[in-house]
Design a protein around this ligand. Structure first.
Ligand code: GLA
Length: 718
């Protein structure tokens, strides 16, 4: 609900309130963000605001440093990092934004060309006007009455006739009063994506960013802000994440005894954007989540929000195909003789879809060649895709195919025909990564061409699943098609090109299910999830390493967004040996599948696979729709355990793993969460019936297991 009168603004979500106030001097002051308050509290909050920033003399240096504000300006008395910078023709860029007007709209804004929130209840738009230029900034706040997520973005408009250069254009500023906050980030590297890290926020600016052209393996576009005492299960925290997949920045700035300033959006390093008279620049949306129930509560709110309002509604709650992917089974070295036994076995085991990974096209026998040539390699697959698809159909399977649409190898027909289509700068030796170059997706002709060739393959073959990969960062940020003064637009234009292709392909082929991927989980973000309902979580499928990755990823993405596969042992990434059951249990916490040569499995493994598939069919509703509770953190304990509870609390699924066999650590209890306290539950595997209260308060004794042993329990109300 939104209460607005041009003087005060109060946004009321499910459990949070957000309040602002226009000062006499015309500055938009932030008053409050946190647990629910009422309208009658506004007067007292205004008083606190006045005490904090007693008198804004707008011509005084440092006048704004203690005022909590909604969008910062540059070189005019606010020394916190600017939220946006507008440079005029004469080079001047000082700005001072003051309130001009507001409006309240129904629903959520329809952002064109970028992923966005599909539905919301109401949107408040507050317009600020720069005192020194023709820039107006519209601040967007979309509120959903049944959610704790507030959607923020800014639209920067040039209301004059002369071009203005945006040097920075963040999506939002949010401020919290002086306090002892800690920051949670999801950091890592290839094969170890989104490992949570919590640390105190020190003075100065803490910046999470990617300048790689994608959200990156290293730092996810999420920042958690934890108030003092916040834990997994209790206390207050805030989550900030972007619906964006390109180079981004999220910053937290703290100055002694001052407020904490949170900002973010498109990465400003190297960024600029020419805004001609009458044009506007739309920033990506940021999701701000409040939780009074710890990090776990924040995650559950985000999961619901992404599922209900961001991910494709046609797929979000549909049971995901159980796939077998041939990548780790064959790598590039396959032909029909090698693939048929995998397909035949998949049919017998009850798998839904066979996904043919990298290597089916062009002259793709290694990563040195072929990218860009999206026509079948008939030397390898003599009967083309048709024979493979027919074999799948014979076995009752659907067929999926891998593409890496944004990439090109120098050894490809596409590159030979259009060397200028690869990102490059004449005279600069291009940086190669995995022997490939990136296509210049700032160019419409390039995106159109790729749309045409990928569409042709999808049209001519019975394909129900696409894995869209992206295996390198962007270097030599430059497009010969852009004039010199617009080169700063490259990175954002690149990702707009990716969104354009994703939008066109997913709209043209609504019956094809799309999965995202980027060298594992290098572009795992809410922007990609708008188009691709699930994303390959990581190339690391090890039965233990994955517990940490799943733990961290689930902080701000729902389980159903994570593709998780059972692979062989020794694991190809870690060389570790873990039990087959454990690999299955850990993978069952996401969109499930296999990534191995099914025909080489032992009879025992085949039986286990059948059982895993049966079990997954029973729990998949929970994975798609349930509430997640993280119980034992593998980064802190010798155990991993999470559980999912159905919304009506009639069912639950608990998966855990004992990491190492340490003597005498058996007498440990596991306290379940999220159950109906007064109901009785039967745990099938343990043959225990107990009340929700008992399972939560008295707990369960952990099973005695050796290294990497695991359990999966199904709970049902009796
Ligand atoms: C990336 C993906 C893998 C696989 C390979 C193919 O690394 O993460 O799953 O598709 O590319 O080259």
């Amino acid at each position: 609900m939104i209460k607005a009168n041009g003087k005060t603004f109060l946004l009321q979500g499910k459990n949070y309130s957000y309040a602002m106030h226009v000062l006499e001097s015309g500055f938009l002051q932030h008053l409050y963000y946190g647990g629910k308050i009422t309208e009658t509290d506004l007067d007292y909050l205004i008083e606190i605001g006045d005490t904090n920033a007693p008198h804004i003399d707008m011509n005084m240096d440092m006048a704004f440093d203690r005022m909590l504000s909604e969008y910062g300006f540059y070189a005019r008395g606010d020394y916190r990092e600017a939220t946006a910078v507008f440079e005029r023709k004469d080079g001047a860029s000082m700005s001072r934004l003051r309130y001009q007007s507001y409006r309240v709209e129904k629903g959520a804004p329809n952002v064109k060309g970028m992923p966005h929130v599909r539905q919301g209840d109401e949107t408040l738009v507050i317009t600020l006007k720069d005192d020194f230029s023709d820039i107006a900034v519209d601040l967007y706040y979309t509120v959903c009455d049944d959610s704790d997520v507030l959607v923020r973005s800014a639209v920067i408009r040039n209301t004059g006739c002369e071009a203005i250069m945006l040097k920075k254009a963040f999506s939002f500023r949010a401020q919290l009063p002086n306090g002892n906050y800690r920051m949670m980030r999801l950091a890592g590297t290839w094969g170890q994506e989104r490992i949570p890290e919590i640390a105190p926020i020190a003075h100065g600016i803490t910046r999470l960013q990617s300048i790689q052209g994608c959200t990156s393996h290293n730092t996810n576009c999420f920042m958690g802000i934890l108030k003092e005492g916040c834990t997994e299960d209790s206390g207050e925290c805030f989550g900030i994440q972007l619906i964006y997949s390109g180079s981004f920045a999220l910053t937290a700035e703290w100055c002694k005894n001052g407020p904490l300033t949170l900002q973010g959006g498109i990465c400003d390093t190297g960024f600029s954007w020419e805004l001609n008279g009458g044009e506007e620049f739309v920033t990506p949306q940021a999701l701000l989540t409040y939780s009074g129930e710890g990090i776990g509560g924040m995650s559950r709110s985000i999961h619901d929000f992404l599922r209900e309002r961001v991910i494709n509604p046609a797929y979000v709650y549909k049971r995901r195909p159980i796939v077998v992917n041939n990548w780790e089974a064959t790598y590039f070295d396959f032909n029909e003789e090698k693939l048929f036994p995998i397909i035949d076995e998949a049919g017998k085991l009850g798998i839904d879809t066979f996904v043919l990974d990298d290597g089916w096209f062009g002259k793709r026998d290694s990563d040195w060649s072929g990218l860009g040539d999206w026509f079948v390699n008939e030397k390898k697959l003599k009967g083309g895709l048709k024979t493979i698809i027919d074999r799948c159909k014979k076995n009752g399977l659907k067929f999926g195919l891998w593409f890496e649409p944004e990439m090109v190898n120098e050894d490809s027909d596409l590159f030979r025909a259009h060397p200028d289509w690869a990102i490059h700068k004449d005279g600069v030796e291009p940086c190669r990564s995995r022997q490939q170059l990136v296509l210049d997706f700032t160019r419409k002709d390039v995106v159109d061409y790729i749309f045409g060739v990928v569409s042709k393959v999808l049209k001519e073959n019975e394909i129900s699943y696409v894995k869209w990969d992206m295996n390198r960062n962007i270097t030599e940020v430059y497009s010969a098609q852009l004039p010199a003064h617009r080169q700063g637009e490259f990175m954002h234009r690149y990702i707009l090109g990716v969104y354009d292709l994703a939008e066109r392909l997913t709209s043209a082929f609504p019956n094809v299910f799309f999965e995202g991927c980027a060298g594992g989980g290098g572009r795992f973000d809410a922007g990609m999830l708008y188009y691709f309902s699930q994303i390959w979580t990581s190339d690391d499928t090890d039965g233990f390493e994955r517990t940490k990755i799943e733990w961290g990823t689930s902080v701000c993405y729902p389980l159903s967004a994570m593709s998780c596969h059972v692979s062989v042992c020794p694991n190809h990434q870690t060389q570790r040996i873990t039990p087959f059951e454990t690999r299955g249990n850990v993978a069952s916490l996401g969109a499930f599948g296999y990534e191995l040569d099914l025909s080489k499995m032992t009879e025992e493994e085949k039986e286990l696979t059948k059982a895993q598939i049966e079990s997954y069919k029973r729990t998949s509703e929970l994975i798609l729709k349930g509430d997640l509770y993280r119980l034992m953190n593998p980064l802190e304990k010798n155990y991993f355990c999470v559980m999912v509870v159905s919304k009506d609390k009639s069912e639950a699924y608990v998966v855990g793993e004992r990491i190492l066999g340490i003597p005498c650590d058996y007498n440990q209890y596991l306290y379940l969460c999220g159950l109906d306290e007064n109901a009785l539950y039967k745990i099938e595997e343990l043959n225990i019936t107990a009340s929700g209260k008992a399972l939560q308060n008295a707990g369960l004794l952990l099973p005695k297991l050796s290294d990497f042993g695991s359990w999966a329990w199904h709970l049902k109300k009796v």
